[in-house]
Structure formats: structure tokens, C-alpha cells
Design a binder for this molecule. Structure first.
Ligand SMILES: NC(=O)c1ccc[n+]([C@@H]2O[C@H](COP(=O)([O-])OP(=O)(O)OC[C@H]3O[C@@H](n4cnc5c(N)ncnc54)[C@H](OP(=O)(O)O)[C@@H]3O)[C@@H](O)[C@H]2O)c1
Length: 237
């Protein structure tokens, strides 16, 4: 039994959530694909958390990995999915390969569904997915990622009925300064400065902003079948 499983918790907002939950004295299991990323996360977290942090290699896009992950854990109170791999998926649809588009859907949407499938009878408290602002503010160069993110709201609604009384929700981040931006090959400082000037919050989000949002969804037993927008007001501009 583990208190919380964070799939994608080896970096970014998932790692910030792991730090937050460990500070709340919870037992946390982090899952991801890269052994190096998991080892680095463990090296950072273990000195303060000791035996309360575990890591497991799993690719959420592979059904056998998701099944094994839940077999390995037995029962778990809260699951948060932050996993996404959007390699090759940004640009105009005419320039995106079908295999890059499929990879996004395999991880972000079907992977999320697989977690819901194997959560039945194993997850006791809540299941929270991570979508994103581009579902609500697509920009013409992120269509397939936006579609996957948008579909998570419907997935959560359906699973909230199927898995009741387990609560199923989505957190939708705006732009958040995490390692994913370093892999996009763009001038992130300039893009952040430009957006921060236009956002009502007047700043870009932090991984800790997101960790606090996930924590509030985990803790509030009446939040169910909904999308929590944590985007500094991005949908308003
Ligand atoms: N940062 C933003 O501005 C922003 C905005 C809107 C939405 N989001 C969403 O927020 C979520 C978290 O992103 P982040 O910014 O924290 O990025 P991140 O640091 O890149 O974290 C994503 C994590 O997912 C893991 N992952 C990727 N594919 C996986 C798979 N198939 N199975 C298991 N784990 C997998 C990665 O580790 P491995 O590669 O080792 O597997 C990585 O640790 C994502 O869903 C992203 O789409 C982010």
C-alpha cells in the first residue's frame, strides 16, 4: 500500500508534488520511463524522506506496464498522472507525422485511460489527470496536443461514474516553468516574459503552484468529475 502514486513524477510538476506529499508525511511512489530520471529524483528526495519514497519504471502507454505497476503496488490511495511526451507534436498539422500524433494520444489519452482501467479495485481515494491550457487556447501549432488535453475532461467525467466513490478530476495548467520547455528548442525566457506581461497573474506558473493545486484536489473529498484550471487567468486573455 502506498499513499500516492505519481506517474510522471521524475521531473517537473510531478516531482514538485512528490516533494510536497513527502513533506505531508505521505508514502510516495514515482513512476516514469527513464531509470536515470527516476534515480535523480530519488537521490534528491530520499535524504529527507527515507523509505517513504519509491520509484518504479513504467511506460504509461504500455498496458503491460500499467498492469504490472498496479500489481506491484497493490492498493494506493491517490494517483496523479503528469506523464506526457509531446516530442514532434508541435507545428501545423500538415507538418506533424501520424506516428508523432499517435504517440501523444498513446501516452496522454490512452495511457490515462489505462490507468483508469487498472485503478478499479486498487485506487481508494482519487485519480487526477493533467491536461493543459492549449485545450482551451489552441494556437494553430499544437492541435493534436490540445485535442488530447481536451479529451481528458471527458475521460475524467466517465471514470468518475465508473470508479465511484473514487474521485476523478483533471488539473489544467497554464504555462509552467518546468524541464519540458528546455526540450522544445525555443527561447523560453523571451516566450515567458511576453506571456507574463499579458497574463492577469503577471507571471508564469511554478511547479510548486501546480503541486499545491494537486494537493487541494487530493484533499477535498467533494471535488469530483471536474477540471481545475491553474493558469494565472490564461483563459481570459
Ligand atoms: N509545463 C507546462 O507549461 C505545461 C503546460 C500545460 C500542460 N502541461 C502538462 O503538465 C504535465 C507535466 O508536465 P511537466 O511540465 O511537469 O513536464 P516534464 O518535466 O517533462 O514531466 C513529464 C514527465 O512525464 C514522464 N513521462 C513521459 N512519458 C511517459 C510515459 N510514457 N510513461 C511514464 N512517464 C512518462 C517523463 O519522464 P520519462 O521521460 O522518464 O518517462 C517526465 O518525468 C504534462 O502532462 C504536460 O503536458 C505542462
Amino acid at each position: 500500500m502506498t499513499d500516492a502514486l505519481i506517474i510522471g513524477g521524475g521531473s517537473g510538476m510531478g516531482l514538485a508534488l512528490a516533494r510536497t506529499l513527502l513533506a505531508e508525511q505521505m508514502d510516495v511512489t514515482i513512476a516514469g520511463r527513464s531509470a536515470d530520471r527516476l534515480a535523480a529524483a530519488r537521490a534528491e528526495l530520499a535524504p529527507a524522506a527515507g523509505g517513504r519514497v519509491r520509484t518504479v519504471r513504467a511506460d504509461i502507454g504500455r498496458e503491460e506496464d500499467v498492469a504490472e505497476l498496479f500489481d506491484h503496488l497493490g492498493s494506493v490511495e491517490h494517483v496523479v498522472v503528469t506523464a506526457a511526451d509531446v516530442t514532434g507534436a508541435y507545428g501545423r498539422s500538415a507538418d506533424i507525422s501520424a506516428s508523432a500524433a499517435r504517440s501523444v494520444l498513446d501516452v496522454k489519452l490512452l495511457g490515462a485511460w489505462l490507468v483508469g482501467k487498472y485503478a478499479a479495485g486498487r485506487v481508494t481515494g482519487s485519480l487526477t489527470y493533467t491536461s493543459g491550457i492549449n485545450a482551451y487556447r489552441p494556437n494553430g501549432s499544437n492541435t493534436i496536443v490540445a485535442a488530447a488535453n481536451g479529451a481528458l475532461a471527458s475521460l475524467a467525467s466517465g471514470l468518475a461514474l465508473e470508479l465511484a466513490p473514487v474521485r476523478v478530476n483533471v488539473v489544467s495548467p497554464g504555462w509552467v516553468d518546468t524541464p519540458v520547455w528546455d526540450r522544445l528548442g525555443m527561447d523560453k525566457r523571451a516566450a515567458f516574459a511576453d506571456l507574463a506581461g499579458r497574463l492577469p497573474a503577471r507571471r508564469i506558473g511554478t511547479a510548486d503552484d501546480m503541486a499545491q493545486a494537486f494537493l487541494s484536489v487530493l484533499r477535498n473529498g467533494f471535488v469530483n468529475g471536474t477540471v481545475l484550471h491553474v493558469d494565472g487567468g490564461h483563459r481570459l486573455v
